[in-house]
Design a protein around this ligand. Structure first.
Ligand SMILES: Nc1nc2c(ncn2[C@@H]2O[C@H](COP(=O)(O)OP(=O)(O)O)[C@@H](O)[C@H]2O)c(=O)[nH]1
Ligand SMILES: [Mg+2]
Length: 327
């Protein structure tokens, strides 16, 4: 997953400690016999510190993904969780500090050569450099928080995707588990306390992704807060087909009427093809919905998969086949 590889962002103090200890080591390696070697030792100390700091700042900036190049689903979620503009501004400050430290170091090296006491100049340079790095401490903290939030995002792939919706206990997780070739992966979802479930199955040599979204598509949309609504919007960019599971037995604890109302709300919001499937045929048979199944006995489940595959917009399927050819 694109955000998984962002390393921890150090604090200003950590950056300074690291660069100064390296600088001290650089100086220790030099033999100080005369004025010239003293100058060289101070120079090397300053340049080492500046180099380490610049390197570390650039490393931070480079390791954050460029938001112009990632799937729109993640852009939407990153926007909800951390704010992309804000993140860019914070990265720009880190970049600025890295550049500033380098140019200051060059300037002070020049001054050192003119000075009576190189050490005094070097100390002054360290003072300036420290305050530059300390001034981005807030930015570094922001970025580390952002990193911690982003890396928790579920690993959702590009490709034909089915989003499963329906009230709690209708059988969504049972369905995803049953049809998944491997057990579904549960990734924590930053907006809800529940984990988002991602499973996969293969049909006609094509890999389909099934996403179970507890806490998002299992309650009426009117009950949502702003962040949840945006997360639901983000789902629009991945889900090409919706599987809406209903439980006519009502053993899930929600009346059929409530369940149908949720379906209407989701249809309105998503505007992608939806397949409505009545589950739990083993305990209650009904003619509500497009199809029926039992995720307990597996009756009807394969037919549901066939239908979902048929409903997948052709563009989704082609796109994947093309990328496979390219690879
Ligand atoms: N009788 C029966 N029970 C089912 C069926 N599918 C799921 N259940 C049960 O319904 C409960 C909720 O299922 P779960 O998959 O966790 O629902 P979710 O909350 O929508 O993810 C569990 O106790 C399941 O064992 C089914 O086809 N028949
Ligand atoms: Mg569930």
């Amino acid at each position: 997953m694109i955000f998984e590889k962002i390393p921890t962002v150090p604090t200003a103090e950590e950056l300074l400690d690291k660069s100064y200890s390296r600088a001290t080591r650089a100086k220790r390696g030099k033999q100080i016999l005369d004025r010239k070697s003293k100058l060289q030792a101070e120079e090397s100390m300053l340049l080492t510190a500046a180099h380490i700091l610049n390197d570390n700042c650039m490393h931070i900036v480079r390791k954050f993904p460029s938001f112009d190049m990632i799937p729109i689903f993640y852009t939407e979620l990153a926007e909800v969780m951390v704010g992309i503009e804000e993140m860019k501004m914070n990265l720009a400050s880190v970049q600025w500090a890295g550049d500033k430290v380098s140019s200051l170091a060059r300037k002070y090296v020049g001054m050192m050569r003119e000075a009576d006491d190189a050490k005094i100049v070097r100390k002054e340079a360290f003072g300036r450099i420290s305050s530059i790095i300390k001034s981005i401490d807030g930015n570094l903290h922001f970025l580390n928080d952002a990193r911690n939030k982003l890396r928790k995002l579920p690993a959702i792939e590009v490709g034909p995707t089915i989003v499963v919706a329906g009230y709690p206990n209708v059988g969504k997780s049972s369905f995803v588990d049953l049809v998944s070739s491997a057990n579904q992966e549960i990734a924590s979802y930053p907006f809800t306390t529940k984990g988002i479930g991602v499973g996969h199955f293969t049909r006609n040599e094509l890999r389909y992704q099934v996403i179970d979204t507890p806490g998002l598509l299992d309650r009426p949309l009117e009950e949502r807060n702003e962040i949840e609504l945006q997360a639901i919007t983000a789902l629009k960019y991945v889900g090409k087909v919706i599987l809406f599971i209903i439980d006519p037995s009502e053993t899930c604890g929600y009346s059929l009427e409530k369940q149908m109302n949720l379906l209407e709300g989701i249809k309105e919001r998503f505007q992608v093809p939806a397949l409505v499937v009545a589950n739990k045929t083993d305990i209650s048979v009904s003619d509500i919905g497009d199809m029926s199944m039992s995720t307990l006995t597996r009756e009807g489940v394969d037919a549901v998969l066939d239908r979902l595959v048929e409903m997948m917009p052709i563009a989704e399927v082609q796109e994947i086949q093309e990328t496979e050819v390219i690879e």
